[in-house]
Write a protein that binds this ligand. Structure first.
Ligand SMILES: NC(=O)c1ccc[n+]([C@@H]2O[C@H](COP(=O)([O-])OP(=O)(O)OC[C@H]3O[C@@H](n4cnc5c(N)ncnc54)[C@H](O)[C@@H]3O)[C@@H](O)[C@H]2O)c1
Length: 367
């Protein structure tokens, strides 16, 4: 079964400054093999084909999966535009029924069903890994559809994006440091990193390399070994979130910064990799009101890295492109300063400007 819905409206805009959410296309298909629903939402193709990860998740209802795809695809349009990429925003979801833990055989068939959904969009949507999927899943998908990035390096893909995301966060920190302290150099800068996974651990090593003063934290006590290795201080996550440091880098799960945590912050800047760090958009205003600089999390390197697969992947180019995030964020922070708005609002405005210019140039309706 497939259902096409044009301009469904619906969820509140994730970054509400842009007004109503208007998607180009929503495709909901019940898988021929598994009976499990797969969803792709295309928010915008004004700048190029819609790129966005495929999320495998348990949702309480199909509506929950659709809402997530709509919300996340909108965020992808902003991410791509803010990064200056010729890509639009989309998102895929495989909605696993509550209580079902798919076997590897069922998972394989679910991915084939999702590949059918991607194929039905004829290249308007390009998928990638996301929460619940890995680069190995992308390799499986690539066996059944052409519109896939994020495959393992052994098969010509860009592999684990963690290292490149870490490089992007370091570049963003340099922009924050220049704004706050008049120099982009991070030597001697105190940084608390919360979450030492693929991105956080890579970031810690990079910052150690430039002689930053590190405070490391994770809910997993085994990660303390990294703090010992790098000669860094070890803190519990709650202590790290409220540490008196120059920069706090949330690199664990999203939604870490709620009103209470925003009020407890004692850093000068928040600049990390975690997606959707703010529990709600109002937290950005709260952080700004306390004179703390917040670097919007969606200006990240992971998307830039994976997008390079579309034109022939080169890791050296990926690192150079991630370093350019320093300039991208500098423009955002300058605009925020000049217009007396938050960096989150400034990045949305700049992304919207790109979208409007591209829409005007191509005669397409703006999104
Ligand atoms: N991997 C990427 O390239 C990439 C790209 C863009 C954004 N992100 C985002 O960055 C974040 C980190 O990604 P990752 O790939 O490093 O994830 P990961 O799963 O490899 O690591 C996450 C780490 O956070 C720790 N953690 C979880 N909850 C915590 C808490 N409450 N307090 C402290 N530590 C906690 C975990 O123990 C783990 O070590 C995620 O939000 C992800 O969506 C990742």
């Amino acid at each position: 079964m497939s259902t096409h819905v044009a301009d469904p409206g619906g969820p509140t805009a994730m970054l509400g400054q842009l007004g109503a959410v208007e998607h180009e296309q929503l495709l909901v298909r019940r898988g021929d093999r598994t009976g499990i629903y797969t969803v792709v939402a295309i928010h915008s193709t004004v700048l190029g084909p819609a790129l966005g990860g495929c999320r495998i998740w348990h949702y309480p209802s199909l509506q929950g999966a659709i809402d997530d795809a709509l919300r996340l695809s909108h965020a992808m349009t902003l991410k791509a535009a803010a990064a200056g990429l010729a890509l639009g925003g989309g998102k895929g979801v495989i909605s696993v029924p509550a209580g079902l833990e798919p076997s590897s055989a069922l998972r394989h068939e679910m991915l084939r069903d999702f590949a059918d959904t991607v194929n039905a969009l004829s290249g308007r949507y390009i998928t990638a890994e996301d929460v619940g999927t890995t680069s190995r899943d992308m390799a499986i998908l690539a066996g059944f559809c052409d519109h896939v990035v994020g495959r393992p390096t052994e098969v010509g893909g860009s592999g684990d994006p963690g290292e490149f995301t870490a490089a992007g966060v370091e570049a963003a920190m340099r922009a924050c440091s220049a704004q706050l302290f008049g120099t982009p150099e991070l030597a001697g800068c105190s940084v608390a990193i919360v979450g030492l996974g693929s991105v956080g651990a890579g970031l810690a090593r990079r910052l150690h390399g430039v002689r930053a003063q590190l405070y490391l934290s994770d809910i997993d006590p085994r990660k303390e070994a990294l703090a010992r290795e790098l000669g860094a201080h070890w803190l519990e996550p709650e202590q790290a979130l409220a540490a008196e440091v120059d920069i706090l880098a949330p690199c664990a799960l999203g939604g870490m910064l709620d009103d209470e945590h925003a009020d407890a912050l004692r850093c000068r800047a928040v600049c990390g990799a975690a997606n959707n760090q703010l529990a709600h958009d109002g937290v950005a205003d709260r952080i700004a009101a306390r004179g703390i600089l917040y670097a919007p999390d969606f200006i990240a390197g992971g998307l830039i890295n994976v997008s390079l697969e579309l034109t022939g992947y080169d890791p050296a180019l990926a690192i150079r492109r991630c370093a350019e995030i320093e300039d991208v964020l500098t423009r955002v922070l300058d605009h925020a300063h000049e217009a007396s708005i938050t960096p989150l609002q400034a990045s949305c405005e700049i992304a919207q400007r790109w979208l409007s210019a591209a829409a005007a140039a191509s005669g397409l309706p703006e999104r």
